[in-house]
Design a protein around this ligand. Structure first.
Ligand SMILES: *[C@@H]1O[C@H](CO)[C@@H](O)[C@H](O)[C@H]1NC(C)=O
Ligand SMILES: *[C@@H]1O[C@H](CO)[C@@H](O)[C@H](O)[C@H]1NC(C)=O
Ligand SMILES: *[C@@H]1O[C@H](CO)[C@@H](O)[C@H](O)[C@H]1NC(C)=O
Ligand SMILES: *[C@@H]1O[C@H](CO)[C@@H](O)[C@H](O)[C@H]1NC(C)=O
Length: 397
């Protein structure tokens, strides 16, 4: 009792001191703001990507095969309007993958999983302009069900999510963009999702979610090798990115299973070795099911990643966006900033950084969420330090 009275005096004293300081200079508020933008109602809101050098984001709603073209305010990057366009033969065509082309700047790759097709589209100059199809690539048998699509060099790649009707196997598809009769189908495990190139060795790596393994492809010989995820570390590799500079290699996240995630993610270096990392904060990160990953590095803040924890596989995993930074030689996590999503059980799906903000798609609640900082930047949010502090209650009481 006596102790808390004494504490109260100390607190009051501090308050007066800061009030006195505030009298001659006002302070701009540092804010971290999350806003949800409602999209057309659909059962599954999936992939999205920014159309480079434009104010548009393209987003796929798979359950009714609609492409949502979203216009961003050029200054604030806030979504301001959208227009929906049906894609494919019917509303069962299964529009899923969305990826910007580098070979054709401003044009976008899409996948129609159930029509077994890849499309290259021109999104159109205005919000109301329907996308025009410039190229259609039919997935050859025995391939089935292009899910995510990527462009690497002069080739387009797609993970074929559905078992082949002819062989019962799963495949990764790759074709020369200018001559799609020059194609390869690589047999893989159940079921290929993200496909990325390791920048030094030039090996191609593919996450396979259900069978919890990563496939490595030597594109020169066509030889493939499986790198299984040790179950002691976690399971279900999904998101993958190519890392450059201090993050050189490929990075992937582990989404966990119905019992929850393990807050784990990994890196494959140029020699093909896997290194695993874990979120440190047991309260918020212990059950994180890390579905997707994005580069969060900045010149000022150094190497960092965005990790997206989702309730998609387990309600034990939170819907949260987590920024991790690393020690100097990128061998361990140095700090973590947690942004709990506004709607839990939203089954967040993808995280895509814009220039100054970060967008997250919410699969189950047909929303796009935007994270925006003012008068600070991601990674410098000071309360992130105190979240790891476990003795607050004792101190406060
Ligand atoms: C950001 O902070 C500046 C300076 O305090 C203020 O003028 C501006 O209105 C703020 N912007 C938003 C979006 O809050
Ligand atoms: C396209 O690829 C096929 C298969 O590799 C090859 O036979 C054909 O010569 C190529 N066509 C052109 C125009 O390069
Ligand atoms: C692929 O295999 C060839 C032949 O064995 C080898 O020379 C090459 O270094 C391997 N790696 C890559 C990334 O192509
Ligand atoms: C989920 O993964 C954990 C860790 O690998 C494992 O112990 C557990 O049996 C798995 N649960 C299910 C339902 O597959």
């Amino acid at each position: 009792m006596l102790a808390s009275i004494r504490n109260a005096f100390i607190i009051t004293g501090t308050l007066f001191a800061s009030l006195a300081l505030c009298q001659d200079s006002s302070t701009s508020l540092v804010t971290r703001r999350l806003t949800e933008y409602l999209l057309p109602q659909a059962v599954e809101t999936h992939e999205f990507a920014r159309v480079p050098n434009s104010p548009f984001v393209l987003l796929s709603q798979m359950s009714d095969s609609k492409l949502i073209k979203i216009q961003l305010d050029p200054l604030t990057e806030q979504p301001i309007a959208y227009q929906a366009f049906p894609m494919g033969a019917s509303d069962k065509s299964g529009l899923h993958g969305v990826w910007p082309s580098t070979m054709y700047p401003g044009k976008m790759w899409l996948t129609l999983q159930n029509d077994n097709k890849l499309l290259l589209v021109d999104p159109g100059t205005h919000l109301s302009t329907p996308p025009t199809i410039l190229k259609t690539i039919d997935i050859p048998t025995p391939g089935n069900g292009p899910h995510c699509v990527f462009e690497i060099g002069n080739r387009v790649w797609a993970g074929l999510k559905l078992a082949s009707e002819q062989t019962g196997q799963y495949y990764v598809f790759s074709a020369d963009i200018t001559n799609s009769t020059n194609y390869n189908l690589y047999e893989c495990l159940n079921s290929p999702v993200f496909i990325k190139e390791e920048p030094v060795s030039k090996f191609i790596y593919v996450t396979q979610d259900t069978d919890s393994s990563i496939m490595r492809i030597n594109v020169t010989t066509g030889a493939t090798k499986q790198l299984p995820i040790p179950p002691s570390v976690g399971n279900t590799p999904v998101g993958m990115i190519t890392g450059h500079g201090a993050l050189e290699g490929v990075w992937f996240s582990l989404a966990g299973n119905a019992t929850g995630g393990a807050g784990s993610f990994g890196r494959i270096d140029s020699k093909g070795h896997m290194h695993f990392f874990h979120l440190q904060n047991p309260q918020l990160g212990g059950n994180a099911g890390l579905l997707h990953i994005a580069d969060a590095s900045t010149t000022a803040q150094g190497p960092a990643l965005w990790l997206l924890s989702t309730s998609l596989l387990s309600t034990h995993s939170p819907d949260a966006l987590i920024r991790v930074s690393f020690n100097d030689d990128v061998t361990a996590v140095a700090s973590e900033e947690y942004i709990s999503m506004l709607t839990q059980n939203a089954m967040v799906h993808r995280v895509v950084p814009m220039d100054n903000t970060v967008l997250v798609s919410e699969l189950h609640t047909y929303t796009l969420a935007q994270l925006q900082y003012n008068n600070t930047v991601a990674g410098r949010w000071l309360p992130a330090e105190t979240v790891t502090e476990t003795l607050v209650y004792e101190k406060a009481s």
